[in-house]
Design a protein around this ligand. Structure first.
Ligand code: ADP
Ligand code: MG
Length: 699
């Protein structure tokens, strides 16, 4: 049950004075939640401040600067009766000889006379400019008397807004929200909090929403960092609880002596790289333990994950159990089969393929053999977790390219066996800092080096205006027997136009180079796609025009040229993935990035990174940095996915600490019972991670 003290924070935002149903709709949009609550507003972070602390005398005012001046009202100059649209001016001055004209459009005279009585002193805050040689301020932000000045915040937070929700409205609601903050226990380690000089949670919120200095609302501030760490800890704690829950269900180890693994390795035409060997060791250890394995195998494109997956499968198969490999597309599933089949055959492993295309009798046969245990390793697509797919004894689920699958799909597959071990393969070089957020419940093995004999890829950037020369060069290469990909962008919003562009490019190249040119795109039937890929793999076609369907995992080692049209429209990670389609064999490979000139600074920098390095991890880090600078947009996009407060560039470095802390807490107090445990339950609720509390064993 939610701690009662949190109730005021979980009340609807409409419980705040001044927030009615109309504003609720706008807040729903702003805060990304249908029925926003007080806590959602409190976790809406300021994007900056207005600093009114500059207090110059009138002869020192700099135009364009936000200032707060104290002046005496000298004269009112209402708009002349024949020109009602002319502004109403109020002349003010101080003991310097200078004057400041306050200018109001559409002003009400009685209102201004009350606000600015002649002869009285007023504090006026806003931006002053020179107009006709006179210092003037149009519609000052604030006009207050001595008493009002005592309550005037000289540093005001600014928030990301949405149309219809002005700053003043949000600030007022925020004041209401802050007044609802209850007394909360400290859930962080007390010693650590005092060493880092972090304010308590409620004080941190107050500092951010009522800053005394602009630096208080920087993400680096103690207040923001404290809240970010809270959020990270909540996330890591929730993941750790899920993990503990999954591990508790486990109880079967698949121990093997390694005969079958040895057979597979003997059949390999190469030796495993050092990191492949380490990954295999990690996995074999995990599998032998009577605990559930949850391991991520992270490796750049071409780093050789498939064979590691097969060796993992061989371990459970030797123990008399079954394994499954799930790929996101049919092309990939078939490719896994092609890589694995000869090795499996040599080792005596019975493999089958199941995709959405299999229907009727053939499918029945596969399912029958599967449930009888006559298939050791089933490779397939989403079709694997259809309801009627039943295993004899599934021990290991291998999920390739995890980010394409949702967590529930992963669970659907693991539910097909008892305490199924999970190995996730990902080629997306997720920076270390992010692995924890996406995959925090998993152990990680990394394949960092490429298999021996690979040559670096010569990467060049060329303006699209020179596409003719590129076509010529590609044509010559094709004549020499080389194989090339030509990738056209396919961006969802303009799918039709992009598709047309790809087809046009295809027609163009086809006209020039004839039947050696082939086309594959996402709108094709999967049988046609497969056929086109197969023709290219077999060398029957040599120039494959493609939309990004080839992005993931396709392996044609003979391909040595990659042309990417409109490279500026792709994400860096995506470009890296695409480039990874070449440079897989022994031949020297080239990647040509065609861009539409002129390029902006960021786009230039992004393409330059690709020219500089092939290290996917470095590319991912640089990408993050560049996107961090894109934060000027002020959107939430730069935040960690699923997080409100924590920012990757600033707070990512605390992820490790949050994970360690969560592990430590649960090792001492697995059910969150003691004083800190109880306090941490508050934290989980505040950051919407309370689902995890349900997983705590009763009692
Ligand atoms: P990815 O990690 O992108 O899935 P793959 O598993 O498809 O990579 O492997 C890419 C290519 O490298 C395959 O052709 C595979 O046979 C080959 N390969 C894998 N491991 C090695 C190795 N240790 N030495 C040489 N080639 C290898
Ligand atoms: Mg692969």
């Amino acid at each position: 049950m939610r701690p009662l003290s949190l109730n005021p924070l979980f009340a609807a935002l409409t419980s705040l004075p001044g927030v009615g149903p109309k504003l609720e709709v706008l807040y729903a949009k702003l805060l990304g939640r249908e029925q926003p609550r007080v806590i959602d507003l409190l976790l809406h972070m300021p994007s900056g401040t207005i600093d009114r602390r500059a207090r110059p005398r009138l002869n020192e005012v700099l135009p364009g600067q936000v200032v707060t001046v104290d002046v005496t009202v000298l004269e009112h100059r209402p708009s002349p009766p024949n020109r009602p649209r002319a502004p109403y001016r109020v002349i003010t001055g101080d003991d310097t000889a200078a004057t400041l004209t306050l200018t109001f459009f559409h002003a009400r005279r009685d209102y201004l006379e009350k606000l600015l009585p002649i002869g009285e002193k007023r504090y006026v805050s806003g931006t002053a400019e020179f107009y006709d040689g006179n210092l003037q301020m149009v519609h000052p932000d604030r006009v207050v008397d001595e008493k009002g000045f005592a309550n005037l915040p000289l540093v005001e937070p600014v928030y990301p807004l949405t149309e219809g929700l002005g700053l003043g409205i949000v600030r007022k609601a925020m004041d209401g929200a802050l007044s609802r903050l209850p007394d909360l226990p400290e859930w962080q380690d007390e010693a650590w909090v005092s060493r880092e000089r972090f304010p308590p949670f409620t004080e941190a919120l107050e500092q951010l929403h009522r800053p005394l200095e602009p630096s208080h609302v920087a993400p680096e501030s103690l207040a923001w960092t404290r809240l970010a760490f809270d959020e990270l800890l909540a996330g890591q704690l929730a993941l750790a609880l899920v993990r503990a829950h999954m591990r508790r269900q486990a109880g079967r180890g698949s121990s093997s002596e390694g005969h079958l693994r040895a057979k597979v390795m003997k059949a390999l035409p190469y030796a495993l790289t050092h990191s492949q060997q380490l990954a295999v060791n990690d996995i074999v250890n995990d599998l032998a333990l009577p605990q559930r394995m949850l391991r991520l195998l992270q490796g750049d494109v071409g780093s050789g994950k498939t064979v590691v997956a097969l060796i993992a499968a061989a371990s459970v198969i030797e123990a008399g159990r079954q394994a499954a490999i799930m790929a996101p597309t049919e092309i990939l599933a078939r490719q896994h089969l092609a890589t694995i089949a000869p090795l499996a055959e040599a080792a005596g492993i019975r493999v089958a393929l199941l995709t959405g295309r299999d229907r009727g009798g053939e499918r029945e046969t596969i399912l029958d053999r599967l449930v009888l245990g006559d298939i050791d390793l089933l490779i397939g697509t989403h079709a694997l977790f259809q309801e009627d797919v039943a295993f004899h004894d599934l021990a290991l689920a291998i999920v390739d390219e995890q980010h394409r699958f949702g967590v529930h799909q992963r669970l659907a597959l693991t539910n097909k066996g008892e305490a199924v071990d999970v190995l996730v393969l990902t080629a997306t070089p997720i920076p270390r800092t992010l692995v924890l957020t996406y995959f925090g419940d998993m152990d990680v093995s990394e394949l960092r080096e490429k298999p021996a004999g690979r040559q670096p890829i010569d990467t060049r950037t060329i303006p699209l205006s020179r596409v003719g020369e590129v076509e010529d060069a590609v044509g010559r290469a094709v004549d020499e027997g080389k194989r090339a990909y030509w990738v056209c962008p396919l961006v969802e919003e303009s799918e039709k136009i992009d598709l047309a562009a790809a087809e046009e490019r295809y027609a163009d190249l086809r006209r020039r180079f004839g039947a050696k040119v082939d086309l594959v795109h996402g709108k094709m039937k999967s049988a046609d796609k497969d056929a086109a890929m197969a023709r290219f793999a077999a060398g029957k076609s040599q120039l494959l025009v493609a939309t990004t369907v080839i992005e993931v995992g396709v392996d044609v080692p003979e391909a040595t040229i990659m042309v990417i049209e409109h490279a500026e429209r792709f994400g860096l990670a995506q470009l890296h993935q695409l480039r990874g389609r070449v440079g897989r064999g022994a031949g020297k490979s080239t990647c040509l990035l065609l861009y539409k000139a002129p390029l902006g600074e960021t786009a230039k920098a992004r393409l330059a990174i690709l020219r500089e390095t092939e290290d996917g991890f470095r590319i991912a880090e640089e990408d993050l940095k560049l996107r961090g600078e894109g934060d000027l947009l002020g959107t939430r996009q730069s935040g960690l996915p699923g997080f409100h407060v924590a920012r990757i560039e600033t707070h990512g470095k605390y992820l490790g600490a949050a994970r360690d802390d969560a592990a430590l807490v649960l090792s001492r107090d697995p059910n969150l019972q003691d004083a800190r445990g109880q306090a941490l339950r508050h934290l989980l609720y505040l950051f919407g991670k309370d689902e995890a509390i349900k997983l705590i064993r009763a009692g």
